[in-house]
Design a protein around this ligand. Sequence first.
Ligand SMILES: Cc1cc2nc3c(=O)[nH]c(=O)nc-3n(C[C@H](O)[C@H](O)[C@H](O)COP(=O)(O)O)c2cc1C
Length: 196
Amino acid sequence: MTAPGWGVHDDAGPPADPLELARAWLPDDADPDRPRVTLSTVGTDGYPDARTVLLSAFDQTGFAFHTSATSRKVAELAAVPRATLTVLWPDWTRQLVVRGDVVPDGPEQSSAAWAARSAYLRQLAWHNTDELAGLDLAGRLRRWGAGTPEGQADSWVGYRVQPRELTFWAAHPEAASRRVQYTRTPDGWTWRYRAG
Ligand SMILES: Cc1cc2nc3c(=O)[nH]c(=O)nc-3n(C[C@H](O)[C@H](O)[C@H](O)COP(=O)(O)O)c2cc1C
């Protein structure tokens, strides 16, 4: 969808299925340049927590990201399996916010995401421990230079945000920004326009 309205400003209205619109907005899963998204979780202290992750893939079953099993976000998701993903387009013309329940990603999808990561990110996944982070620079360089074992890091895990609400925000060069907010219902989706 390359029309200026992005499906948000068009008088024809947005598609009934928000995932169709998401598919039009987001790059193909095979594109190695993955979107950087803000992943918000509920902190174990009750405060919202957030950080940037790569959006590995998405389909009708949800929006997938991958991370380290020892990370704080994983502990938070074990306690409260709910999250929000915020995608901001680099030219600031669009934003997509996805809120939903979080489930573990399937092993095949996680392996595919591992294979698609760059060599640098695969090495990072092997080295991503607080113990290493606490070493001095010489120690960190030595450990990094020692390389990594073959195959998928033991700590590599994936999750999928199953959307219950998706909000598409689009700027307009000559009018107010506006949003289309989809909410899941037992039969599918409803949507309404919201102020930008
Ligand atoms: C551009 C960018 C992309 C990132 N991608 C990921 C990612 O895909 N997975 C991941 O676990 N961490 C990624 N990180 C690091 C996270 O932001 C975060 O520091 C790390 O996952 C630990 O988060 P936590 O302690 O809240 O669990 C990325 C950071 C940046 C700046």
